[in-house]
Design a protein around this ligand. Structure first.
Ligand SMILES: *Cc1c(COP(=O)(O)O)cnc(C)c1O
Length: 227
């Protein structure tokens, strides 16, 4: 997919690819934001991406992330990994976005533990569209109740939905379902900032953009293979 040899080269190619898919699907490139998933890659990789103009970074593992965040406070940091209850305090203190909120309980903890002097956390709820038992996230039928209660929490802003399609299957139906859920829930509950769809990774982001992604989460496509 990428013939570039450096992070900078890959970012340039990726941005061109995003623009092309946007043009082909009648979307504006500025509607699609690129989240560089830097898990397992060193600080130097984040710094190179920042020099190439990348601002938003996603991390899955808290301890690993904290070191990079402390050294790169100018970046915007997104938590995208599994969230255990005993990690919410640090996540609430160090991240501006959380894409992988799996339950009302975790949303409540993030809200309670966020410093009210900071801007609210931008929160996306992870949706398990196909109901796979191995995957975290809420099922579509749990979403209205969860959002209706989470909207009352201080220190959070409900921004949208995230999903990871089942591996090995055509991802398009899951992406489309996520978009339909966002549209219907944001109307039904009158959520004013509920605009975001975090979907698509290195191998399927083109499909995700066609189905309306506003954040694509790309790791290997920018940083190369993980060891
Ligand atoms: C690792 C990861 C990504 C990036 O995957 P790539 O295949 O490297 O692009 C995206 N989203 C989540 C939740 C991840 O854990």
């Amino acid at each position: 997919m990428n013939t570039g040899t450096s992070i900078t080269d890959r970012l340039v190619q990726l941005r061109q690819q995003i623009e092309r898919v946007c043009r082909d699907s009648n979307r504006l490139p500025e509607e699609v934001r690129l989240l560089a998933v830097s898990k397992t890659f060193p600080l130097s990789a984040v710094e190179e991406a920042m020099r190439a103009g990348q601002l938003n970074f996603g991390e899955n593992y808290l301890q690993e992330a904290l070191g990079k965040i402390n050294r790169c406070p100018a970046a915007t940091w997104h938590f995208i990994g599994a969230i255990q209850s005993n990690k919410t305090r640090e996540i609430a203190s160090h991240f501006d976005w959380v894409h992988s909120v799996p339950s009302l309980k975790i949303a409540r903890r993030l809200s309670a533990q966020r410093d009210p002097a900071l801007p609210p956390i931008n929160l996306l709820v992870q949706v398990n569209i196909t109901g796979e038992t191995t995957k975290s996230g809420v099922t579509p039928d749990q979403l209205p109740g969860l959002l209706d209660q989470a909207r009352e929490l201080d220190n959070l802003r409900l921004r949208g939905l995230m999903t990871m399609p089942e591996p090995g299957r055509d991802p398009t139906p899951a992406f489309r379902t996520l978009r339909e859920l966002r549209d219907s829930l944001s109307a039904q509950l009158s959520l004013d900032a509920f605009t975001e769809l975090s979907m698509g990774m290195s191998h399927d982001f083109e499909h995700a953009i066609r189905e309306g992604a506003t954040w694509i989460r790309v790791g290997t496509g920018i940083f190369g293979a993980r060891g």
